[in-house]
Design a protein around this ligand. Structure first.
Ligand code: ZN
Length: 440
């Protein structure tokens, strides 16, 4: 790229914006060094970002021999993104600013067995209410990152599972939510979003090769290398909840047999508890209640408080998850696994200790490098925050910088994907607020 050419590629801008975000304040020359881009390209990109109010100059840094360098910072209130963790037993909604800082948060007890045409308006109304309460101008909202379970068609924003009810299979969740909200909506896997959220929140160091085991009602997984989620062919990757741990096991709802989720997941643990003398009654468990996470939480809380029967059940679940963790580590040569998601909240210490023990004993590369298992610092919020971050890092942040030109296809289509419907929603938004970015 040369000086004369406008830096039109969203990816270049994304790299620059990410570096400024991570550094908080940084000079142009440091941006060039850290990004590997040429100083003229940096100058060009920074000029565009400043012209559109996304970046501001904030004084000068200390002299390093020559003249003191002008420092750059993101203008945090220039744009916002919404993240939604969406599942039947819990919904978490967050608003983050351009710098990735949490501006507002709310949560509610999921949408249970509601059909999509009732559940999505409910979620939308909560998003509207949160933006209103936070005093965030909707015109400054880039879009919504919807983190949910799979399998899913991330490109078209469609769930490919009949969970929790048949109506959800093939339902265009992201386009429909986008229609209701009038905002672009990007669908992503909850475990992938959680892994990005952890990275964003600083739990893991840049360039770490790490995995995330995500447990809510079900169990998911994801792998991140150098800040990028491993996507596979269709973003339905690292589904460790659906690896076989018993080849003679029962058929799973996914179609496979003997899946890990059916031994270690919250509904499985509740079933085991019901077969354990007295425990179900003592903890008030109801295996038919749709709210599996509340019932699972009672078992996990009892285990954390030292109840030996509940502890046995949680340890058994953790040993099975340990098998999943060992598999992930051995397949991807990971040195870190983060345990994230609301179902690790109550008995996280037990899970962490047992899974660590299993990986230290069994992972293939255990003598080659240290292996760590840590608990998420953001718990239930990681997936929602990651969803919002995926929006900040998508081309949504840069479409307006392209002026009248049609949006460029993302260079990394797997990480910056934007559905046609999302583009259409953004176009509508831009027409309605032509002066929002200074006429860019
Ligand atoms: Zn399965």
């Amino acid at each position: 790229m040369t000086t004369g050419q406008p830096a039109r590629r969203p990816k270049t801008r994304g790299v620059v914006l990410d570096l400024i975000r991570a550094a908080r304040t940084i000079s142009r020359i440091e941006l060039a060094t850290n990004s590997g881009l040429t100083p003229p390209t940096i100058t060009q990109v920074v000029r565009e970002l400043i012209a559109h109010g996304l970046v501001v100059e904030v004084g000068r840094g200390a002299s390093t021999g020559g003249k003191r360098r002008t420092l750059l910072q993101l203008n945090p209130t220039a744009r916002y993104a919404v993240g939604v963790l969406f599942e039947r037993n819990i919904c978490v909604i967050v608003v983050v600013d351009l710098a990735g800082r949490l501006a507002a948060r709310t949560s509610f007890l999921g949408t249970a067995l509601l059909p999509p045409d009732q559940a999505l308006p409910l979620v939308a109304s909560r998003v509207d209410a949160l933006l209103e309460t936070a005093g965030v101008d909707r015109d400054l909202v880039l879009g919504v990152g919807l983190a949910s379970y799979g399998p899913q068609d991330r490109q078209s924003g469609v769930l490919l599972t009949a969970q929790p009810t048949d109506e959800w299979f093939g339902y265009p969740v992201a386009p429909r939510l986008s229609d209701i909200l009038g905002l672009p909506v990007l669908l992503d896997n909850d475990a992938a979003a959680a892994a990005i959220g952890e990275f964003w929140l600083g739990t893991v160091e840049p360039h770490a090769a790490y995995g995330c085991i995500y447990m809510a009602s079900g169990i998911g997984g994801s792998v991140v290398t150098a800040g990028q989620v491993y996507r596979g062919s269709s973003s339905n990757s690292v589904e460790i909840g659906h690896i076989t741990i018993d080849i003679n096991g029962d058929e799973c709802h996914c179609g496979n047999f003997g899946c890990l989720e059916n031994y270690a997941g919250p509904p499985a643990v509740i079933k085991q508890a019901m077969r354990t003398a007295g425990l179900g009654r003592r903890l008030g468990l109801d295996p038919n209640d749709v709210d599996v996470m509340t019932h699972f939480g009672r078992i996990a809380t009892a285990a954390s408080a030292g109840d030996p029967t509940a502890t046995d059940l949680i340890v058994r679940s953790a040993r099975h998850l340990g098998t999943g963790a060992v598999t992930m580590m051995s397949l991807f040569d990971l040195d870190l696994i983060v345990l994230a998601g609301p179902s690790f909240a109550a008995a996280g210490a037990i899970y962490q200790s047992v899974i660590r023990e299993e990986t230290h004993r069994r992972a293939f590369a255990r003598r080659a490098h240290p292996l760590r298992v840590i608990a998420s610092t953001s718990g239930a919020d990681a997936a929602a925050i990651g969803g919002a971050v995926l929006v900040l890092r998508s081309e949504l942040a840069f479409l307006e910088l392209n002026g009248a030109e049609p949006p460029q296809p993302p260079e990394d289509a797997k990480d910056d994907h934007l559905s046609r419907r999302a583009r259409a929603a953004l176009t509508t938004k831009r027409v309605s607020r032509p002066t929002a970015t200074g006429g860019g």
